[in-house]
Ligand binder design. Sequence first.
Ligand code: ADP
Ligand code: MG
Length: 142
Amino acid sequence: MVIETNSPEETYRVGINAGELSQAGQVFTLTGDLGTGKTVFTQGLAKGLGIEEPVCSPTFTIVQVYEGGRLPFYHFDVYRIGDVEEMEEVGFDYYLERGGVSLIEWANLIGELLPPKRTEITIEKDLKKGFDYRRITIEDVG
Ligand code: ADP
Ligand code: MG
């Protein structure tokens, strides 16, 4: 599925929709360059899960846990990861099996650790279509 947006608010809405539809154990992977809107999408997804706490990019921790919504939400941002072994140290596999909803920003950096069944989301810019244009591709694999 491909969705085109032209503002952060629209991308946020796409995230809300994904959050409302998400199921226990679901894993979302987010891929896209810096500043494409991965965190904006994630904030929408958290909202769609009923999480009222503000969601920001976990800069100093790899994972941020939100318990206040319909399902627990595990937000990973692996941008600063040095070595895939760090994921083991934070308990990556353990979180994925806890029946919550997991989302991994920069998932392409830990490709070998991703579960085979996942919802892959890719966000791309296309400057020919305007500065705020984003193409969001959502695909269930596995
Ligand atoms: P990332 O997490 O991918 O690095 P962010 O979500 O932190 O990116 O930032 C995306 C930036 O792009 C924000 O400043 C946002 O306002 C801007 N933006 C402009 N147009 C869009 C759009 N259509 N969708 C999402 N973000 C957009
Ligand atoms: Mg981000």
